[in-house]
Design a protein around this ligand. Structure first.
Ligand SMILES: Cc1cc2nc3c(=O)[nH]c(=O)nc-3n(C[C@H](O)[C@H](O)[C@H](O)COP(=O)(O)OP(=O)(O)OC[C@H]3O[C@@H](n4cnc5c(N)ncnc54)[C@H](O)[C@@H]3O)c2cc1C
Length: 530
């Protein structure tokens, strides 16, 4: 239930913060900074994706107690809170009306790395790069690697169940979270650890309510759940039913169930050696079949760019780092890890044999310099596309669909058909090994009617993804953009279960309303910035 948000009139004089700019007066117990000026509000109104919503205020808590004070106040006043890390999230989960809560600035501490246990504690504002710098001294790393790792925070990664190129081997963020420190929607602070025998009483009570609501739907959840290798859409009911850990529901909940104020993470040993092969493919079928065979060899990455990306690179005169042949449908980048260079070389040679019939040519990088040349185009995908898009805007609105790997070629065909049908050029690339593709349509925003066209594309792709047994979010989350499409993907019964989860954790609907679950009347392009 999201009763509060439509009733909140954030710009009205009656709104509690307005006219009471003194932080101490406004929010009892809150010692951080509250900003009401247009500059702060504008800065927190935008993020990396296409959604812009200016908040009514910005709160920068100093610590977890501050967050709890803010949440208690928001609950009493019915003010929505929008948790925020670095703002690199794509689908608008990080922007919204109410108070933007900066959980990065005051939460930068990397705790001691426990090399024996291979764990580390982090505050939610710590970036992936910062943790990895500390862990490297112990020969360890956090193996889930979003391309935004220099900037994105663990608060955001946990909230989105982020993934990366190495998720094909290591899984997504959920698998590496051992415990969470949380502020719940009533301001209670709790900690929860994977496998704990006695959860905090408040958490037990919440989970009890969810169990009662969800129990009659277990069979439907099991039958309907998409069989994809990664997912960050909806609430992770199936994982939670399997483990019994509330942590599984909280990871991936996009700031809608609780605020993360600390975490204990598992770490993995840094691989001793890595090697890379580049596979050129002349048909989509061959690409799909090759990915299935490559997965049998447990690659550490299996990434793809498709013909649309190859054409854009060629037309833009960009140096791809290797000769681009005519007639290619896709290029796969396959990375192997091992204990030694020889072991990795052996794996890459096995790969060559494994794809002999399907790949037009297999090139194995000779050294680290060549490896980084091969990776250049794939790693720089989004900025490169934005630069090469000419007068069009490279827009992320169907940017994160995921399907069973066996349906990968069907998915690329679906995307090409829908986009061509609406006259939208687009670039397709992504995590082929996980069946998760990023799609950047290039939109002419000076053309009348472009919004309607885009909304139709979103609806048609959502229907197609549902038919292929996938979801619209492999790693970026639903945000505001995809919330209105939730029922298309999950069906009414599972969405009702998701609502039960939300209501049990946040009965007043103050935590990120309109994210994951839509508000009445919400549409995908509400708040689009163009
Ligand atoms: C160039 C680029 C490349 C990217 N590559 C990848 C990639 O490879 N893989 C991938 O998965 N993603 C990728 N992303 C998306 C994005 O970087 C990730 O989702 C990232 O984890 C978001 O982190 P953030 O700190 O920016 O969070 P934000 O964008 O600030 O927030 C994201 C979500 O988390 C919630 N949130 C933030 N902090 C907290 C908290 N402490 N408690 C509760 N909720 C919180 C927010 O409300 C929001 O819903 C990319 C983005 C860009 C711009």
């Amino acid at each position: 239930m999201h009763r509060l948000s439509p009733e909140v009139k954030p710009d009205a004089a009656a709104w509690p913060l307005h006219g009471r700019p003194s932080p101490d007066d406004a929010v009892p117990g809150f010692r951080g900074a509250l900003h009401l000026d247009p500059e702060h509000r504008a800065a927190y109104g935008e993020a990396s994706g296409i959604v812009r919503v200016i908040p009514d205020a910005v709160a920068v808590p100093r610590d977890a107690e501050d967050v709890a004070a803010l949440v208690r106040w928001a609950g009493l006043r019915g003010v929505p809170l929008v948790p925020r890390g670095a703002g690199t999230g794509m689908p608008g989960g990080n922007v919204g009306r109410g108070v933007a809560v900066d959980l990065a600035a005051g939460f930068r501490r990397v705790g001691a790395v426990d090399a024996d246990a291979r764990t580390a504690r982090v505050a939610p504002g710590v970036t992936l790069a910062e943790l990895n710098a500390a862990a490297a001294a112990h020969g360890l790393h956090f193996p889930v690697d979003p391309s935004s790792g220099e900037r994105c925070t663990f608060g955001g990664m946990i909230a989105n169940n982020s993934g990366g190129a190495h998720t094909v081997l290591y899984g997504a963020t959920r698998a590496w979270v051992r415990s969470l420190d949380l502020v719940l929607a009533d301001g209670t602070r709790v900690a929860t650890t994977r496998g704990e025998a006695a959860p905090a009483p408040r958490l037990r009570e919440i989970v009890g309510r969810i169990e009662a609501a969800v129990a009659p739907h277990r069979a439907e959840i099991e039958a309907r759940w998409p069989r994809v290798r990664k997912n960050s859409s909806g609430y992770a009911l199936r994982e939670w039913l399997a483990s019994g850990d509330a942590l599984d529901l909280l990871v991936g909940s996009e700031g809608t169930l609780a605020l993360v104020v600390g975490a204990e993470l598992r770490l993995a040993p840094l691989p001793a050696a890595r090697g890379l092969a580049l596979l050129e493919l002349t048909s989509l079928e061959a690409a799909g079949a090759a990915v299935e065979r490559i997965l049998e060899l447990a690659p550490s990455a299996c990434e793809m760019i498709d013909r649309t990306f190859i054409d854009l690179v060629r037309a833009g005169g960009e140096d791809p780092g290797y000769p681009l042949r005519e007639g290619l449908e896709a290029i796969l980048f396959v990375e192997m890890e091992g204990e030694s260079d020889d072991e990795v070389r052996g794996k890459l040679e096995r790969l060559r044999g494994q794809v002999a019939g399907s790949a037009h040519r297999v090139s194995i990088a000779e050294d680290a310099a060549q490896r980084s040349r091969f990776w250049h185009v794939r790693h720089a995908a989004s900025p490169l596309i934005a630069r090469l898009a000419g007068g069009r805007v490279s827009m992320q609105f169907i940017e994160d669909g995921v399907v069973p790997v066996a349906r990968l070629a069907d998915y690329v065909r679906l995307l090409r058909r829908v986009l061509a049908g609406h006259g939208l050029p687009a670039v397709i690339f992504g995590h082929a090994g996980d069946g998760n593709l990023h799609v950047n349509p290039l939109v002419d925003v000076t053309r009348p009617g472009w919004r309607d066209e885009v909304e139709r594309v979103i609806a048609e792709v959502a229907e197609g993804v549902a038919a292929l047994g996938g979801t619209l979010a492999g790693e970026h989350g639903d945000g505001r953009l995809r919330a209105p499409l939730l029922e298309t993907i999950w069906g009414a019964e599972l969405v009702a279960c998701f609502r039960a989860v939300k209501e049990a954790f946040d009965p007043r609907g103050i935590l990120n309303p309109g994210v994951i679950l839509p508000l009445p009347g919400q549409r995908p392009l509400d708040g689009v910035m163009y």
